[in-house]
Design a protein around this ligand. Structure first.
Ligand code: HEM
Length: 234
């Protein structure tokens, strides 16, 4: 009986996989990549905005009008960029490619386009059907948190101290308002012994990014494929 139950659970639990859209929308990843390569060189600072959007998306769920007004997201840029790619993908294969996958792929491709590291992006995420500002405020790590609070925030998402330190390396690109980083970078510098080479860092960053991209994902028949990334389907 237990064995049967185990088999049942295994067969209903879908996982992310490389090239999930190979059959359902074969050009999907190429459409994303081409768009990024065409536009990011003209607006390289958007790469920072897009990886940050991916991080916030992993810690909660993506860009609804309500999510957008939560304080940690008010300074996230790049929503239009995602919307434009979403329209291209809707024209190619309506209702197939999730916004969560678009954000994940775009973040990677944009960082690569600006000379940063590559990481694997398995796909098959589905989009959230609920979205509210207070959920975002509660789950996205706050800039005034001390290091142990951040460690707890990350542990709650299955990420360890190494992931916290390595992923914080993403702050070497982009814009931060001074009120926001208040002491935080010092703590990171203290924990991160920069003895390793950039290559090692990129390797570890890639591993932690892939791990971050798996946090709490909805797959299979959970959630939905949003028609517009900014709103839950009506
Ligand atoms: C450890 C917890 C984290 C905290 C408390 C945090 C906090 C912040 C804050 C407060 C800002 C500045 C917002 C502003 O002033 O406009 C910021 C910017 C940024 N964050 Fe984080 N962050 C964290 C983790 C991450 C992670 C894991 C990534 C990516 C993997 C990331 C990527 C970025 C980027 C790229 C920017 C610059 C965005 C831009 O230029 O538009 N952050 N972060």
């Amino acid at each position: 009986m237990l064995l049967l139950l185990g088999l049942f659970v295994a067969s209903t639990r879908a996982d992310l996989e490389m090239n999930f859209y190979a059959k359902s929308c074969p050009k999907a990843e190429k459409i994303v990549l081409d768009y990024v390569n065409k536009h990011i060189p003209n607006a390289p600072s958007l790469a920072a905005a897009l990886i940050r959007m991916h991080f916030h998306d992993c810690f909660v769920s993506t860009g609804n009008q309500t999510e957008k007004v939560a304080p940690p997201n008010q300074t996230v840029r790049g929503y239009d960029f995602i919307d434009r790619i979403k329209s291209l993908l809707e024209a190619e294969c309506p209702g197939v490619v999730s916004c969560a996958d678009i954000v994940s792929l775009v973040a990677r491709d944009a960082i690569v386009a600006t000379g940063g590291p590559f990481w694997r992006v398995p796909t098959g995420r589905r989009d959230g059907v609920i979205s509210n500002a207070s959920e975002d405020l509660a789950q996205i790590p706050a800039p005034f948190s001390n290091f142990s609070t951040l460690q707890t925030d990350f542990a709650n998402k299955g990420l360890n101290l190494k992931d916290l330190v390595v992923l914080s390396g993403a702050h070497t690109i982009g814009i931060s308002h001074c009120t926001a980083v208040n002491g935080f970078q010092n703590q990171v510098d203290y924990y991160w012994n920069p003895g390793g080479s950039l290559n090692n860092f990129f390797q570890e960053f890639a591993e932690s990014m892939e791990k971050m991209g798996r946090i709490g994902v909805k797959t299979g028949s959970a959630g939905e494929i949003r028609k517009h990334c900014a709103v839950v389907n009506s």
